[in-house]
Design a protein around this ligand. Structure first.
Ligand code: KIV
Ligand code: ZN
Length: 533
């Protein structure tokens, strides 16, 4: 017993696909170093299986799977493939250094996929699936099979496919609701049907992979667990194709908070959920909606007087989870310019961050500048500073030294910037625009000259109040795509924070441009070295 009055439940394996399906979110492209950083954070949090990418899809994905395989020690590292021999061979190569490698192969099982996507017959599709499993077994023991679009497949055919791929050696069978079409009742019944009708199902783990097109991914995943699934495929913040995947934090916290009901548990250390949610949001450039369950900024905020009164008297009147249990920082702890290095160091350590001395000095300088303007600096301000100063996984080519803007209802918005280039020389230029941000971006363009279009711009206040730190997230589309061995990448995200939102906008733009330039440089280096794979 753990004090909750509920005994230990059966273990559910957590298969995280933030770096594969999550990264398929439009514009979420992460570079290899960013993926490796997220992979370490997920492993430390206790996920059991990390889907690190789709190795044949691009050289970047191949390298990410390769590096993650080299660096993970505890969790299973998985690479996705189609049911093609070449895909499987490339995935096996990328996974070579993994302590626990897994190949995830498969193909469609619904008639719409078999007929229109695969343009074949059910029997041929089944034979292709069996061949893929047998081929993958030549390289790794652990082979997971996905029956794509299982949510819309005819159950009798699905049972036959599962029986055949398990007989061929699949250790895990993944039942995806690829289009997010199923209801919880239907999806639960589908899993129960598999348990009852697939004679060799005891030889494989049932995994579920639910998409959120109708907002039912979490409910469907939980219904599947109730009916016998023992592996869940999830992403941080629920990012993923279209409306996204089932979110890790929702299922993990549902199982934990309602252990009395589900009697199941995961190996996830829930206190790491919030910091990883922020890391994923910062690196992908995909903001977390404020009312997002578990990790949204409002998830533990109480605004009505009646609720505030209740929570002050007894937290559990309106809180079913303790924010600390999911790692939400205690916003009452504030620092000021008087806190000094020791105070800052202490608070960072409490939040689980450790930095090298040079990184700490950079943070401290930036902290002082914010503290000067804001008087008090809370945890959310600190997180924004860390994201700006430390969590940068590419080389900065251009550095913004200064930005100055004149604007107003009677003035032509005009900006002057000075930028230090790769040769160390500082260039100063100015331009005007439709507004102050437009003017700054035009002035930066005059210095850097990397043609692109701004396709997304969002601004959020990190903390409350008129002196809040503002965080700007943008996406730019490069006019000339970055070409990596025949693959093209155009969209790059950037972020920046400051108490002055025009400065934050300038930082975000510099961030995206530097990221684009670093990717171009890396692609050129690889092209001259003869390619990666
Ligand atoms: O949604 C899906 O069906 C998938 C498979 C490739 C597992 O992502
Ligand atoms: Zn998917």
């Amino acid at each position: 017993m753990d004090g909750s009055g509920v005994g230990t439940g059966q273990r559910v394996m957590v298969f995280d696909t933030t770096l594969r399906d999550g990264e398929q979110s439009p514009g979420a492209a992460l570079n290899v170093n960013e993926k490796v950083e997220i992979a370490h954070a997920l492993e430390e949090m206790g996920v059991d299986i990390l889907e690190a990418g789709f190795p044949i899809s691009s050289p970047g994905d191949f390298r990410a799977v390769e590096r993650i395989s080299e660096e993970m020690r505890n969790c299973v590292v998985c690479g996705l493939t189609r049911a093609h021999r070449k895909d499987i061979e490339v995935a096996a190569e990328a996974l070579r250094a993994a302590v626990h490698p897994r190949i995830h192969t498969g193909l469609g099982v619904s008639d719409v996929h078999v007929q229109y996507k695969l343009r074949t017959t059910r029997e041929d599709a089944l034979a292709m699936g069996v061949d893929a499993v047998r081929h993958a077994k030549r390289f790794v023991e652990d082979v997971q099979y996905y029956a794509e679009d299982a949510g819309r497949a005819e159950p009798a055919y699905l049972y036959r496919v599962l029986e055949a791929v398990i007989a061929a050696g699949a250790t895990v069978v993944n039942i995806p609701d690829t289009t997010g079409y199923s209801t919880p009742e239907e999806f639960g019944a589908l899993i129960a049907g598999i348990v009852d009708h697939v004679p060799n199902i005891d030889k494989a783990v049932i995994s579920v992979h639910c998409h959120n097109d109708l907002g039912m991914a979490t409910a469907n995943t939980l219904a599947a667990l109730v009916n016998g699934a023992r592996q869940i495929e999830v992403t941080m913040n629920g990012i993923g194709e279209r409306a996204g995947n089932c979110s890790l934090e929702e299922v993990v916290m549902a199982l934990r908070t309602r252990r009395d009901h589900y009697r199941l548990e995961t190996g996830v250390d829930a206190r790491r959920i919030y910091p990883i949610s922020r890391l994923v949001s910062q690196l992908t450039g995909i903001p977390v909606q404020p009312n997002k369950a578990v990790v949204g900024t409002n998830a533990f905020a109480h605004s009505s007087g009646i609720h505030q009164d209740g929570v002050l008297k007894e937290r559990t009147t309106y809180e079913i989870m303790n924010p600390r249990d999911v790692g939400v920082p205690d916003s009452e702890i504030v620092l000021s310019a008087r806190s000094g290095r020791a105070g800052l160091r202490h608070r960072l350590a409490e939040l689980g961050y450790t930095f090298q001395e040079d990184q700490f000095e950079k943070l401290y300088e930036r902290f002082l500048r914010v503290a000067d303007k804001k008087k008090t600096v809370d945890t959310r301000d600190l997180e924004a500073i860390i994201a700006d100063e430390v969590q940068v996984f590419f080389e900065e080519t251009y550095h913004l030294e200064q930005v100055q803007v004149a604007c107003g209802d009677r003035a032509i918005p005009t900006a002057t910037v000075s930028i230090r280039g790769p040769d160390g020389q500082v260039t100063c230029d100015a331009d005007h625009g439709a507004g102050p941000v437009d003017a700054v971006y035009r002035a930066i363009n005059r210095v850097i000259g990397e043609p692109n279009e701004l396709i997304e711009f969002s601004i959020q206040a990190v903390t409350e109040g008129i002196d809040a730190v503002g965080r700007v997230t943008i996406r730019i589309q490069a006019e000339d795509p970055v070409k990596e061995n025949g693959f093209e990448r155009r969209v790059f995200s950037g972020r920046g924070s400051d108490t002055d939102i025009v400065v934050a906008s300038a930082k975000a733009y510099m961030f995206a441009l530097n990221r684009l330039i670093a990717a171009r440089r890396e692609a050129d280096q690889q092209a001259s070295a003869g390619g990666a794979t």
